[in-house]
Design a binder for this molecule. Structure first.
Ligand code: ADP
Ligand code: ADP
Length: 224
């Protein structure tokens, strides 16, 4: 399954052309979307996550027409926004269980098995009873991944995930993403060249709403 982005444009009411005729062909694996602040990355990520409408263009996830079949795409989509807001007074365990209910996992035993697997996968099993307010930035991001993975998405969208992480947390987080890229499409939006160079099998560079380059990262980084 591939994600095809075709001629997507978006102009905000204030006149900013955030995306201009963006077309990308995204295969399974880790895909890097690299660009400076204000390039249009979040606008594209929110559009892919069906949270905002473009003015023009088409998005195809396999044979799902994303803009016209939002319910279908939401069933197979995970989205980790730039700032993952959580309730600081809830424990991770309570909150993940709650999100699982919202995802439609109504069977208690099944929910327990699913959330345990996700806590183990994100290395938070020992920390599951702590309140989110006491989590570090890296732990919060990994918790965000656990939430995004409820429902086994085939497309995972991660917007600027390493901002604010210390080096050890960053490596741990990126390794987690690269494991996920083995079974699905993972799109990593970032302004950090190294995030893309180290992990992504394919990439694009975006600036001022336009795609400047599509490549496999080693070649692209050499060209910079
Ligand atoms: P990035 O994620 O690469 O930093 P964004 O997609 O957030 O880029 O922003 C692209 C451009 O669109 C920027 O100039 C930004 O200020 C503008 N922008 C983003 N969101 C809005 C909005 N809701 N209304 C108006 N302008 C916006
Ligand atoms: P990014 O860091 O990706 O550029 P921001 O943190 O600037 O995104 O944007 C945070 C929120 O503010 C988003 O919901 C975005 O849509 C909105 N926003 C960003 N830029 C503008 C803008 N120029 N005018 C109005 N809203 C904006």
């Amino acid at each position: 399954m591939r994600l095809s982005i075709r001629n997507v444009s978006k102009k905000y009411a204030n006149g900013v052309q955030a995306l201009e005729n963006v077309s990308l062909d995204i295969p399974p694996g880790m895909y890097g979307l690299l660009g400076p602040n204000g390039a249009g990355k979040s606008t594209l990520m929110r559009t892919l996550a069906t949270l905002q409408e473009p003015d023009a263009g088409q998005l195809l996830l396999g044979d799902i027409d994303v803009l016209n079949q939002k319910d279908a795409v939401r069933q197979t989509l995970g989205y980790l926004p730039q700032e993952f807001g959580v309730y600081p007074k809830a424990s991770a365990e309570e909150l993940l269980d709650y999100f699982a209910v919202l995802k439609g996992l109504t069977d208690r035993a099944q929910r327990r098995a699913t959330t345990e697997a996700l806590f183990r996968q994100t290395n938070l099993w020992d920390k599951r009873q702590q309140k989110l307010g006491g989590y570090s930035g890296g732990m919060r991001q990994r918790f965000g991944v656990a939430v995004a993975l409820l429902g086994n998405p085939r497309l995972l969208i991660v917007d600027e995930p390493t901002a604010g992480l210390d080096p050890a947390e960053r490596v741990r987080f990126l390794n987690l993403l690269s494991e996920l890229g083995e079974n699905s499409i993972v799109i990593l939006s970032t302004h950090i060249v190294a995030d893309v160079a180290e992990l992504c099998t394919n990439m694009a560079i975006i600036n001022k709403g336009r795609i400047l380059l599509e490549a496999s990262p080693l070649g692209a980084v050499a060209a910079l």
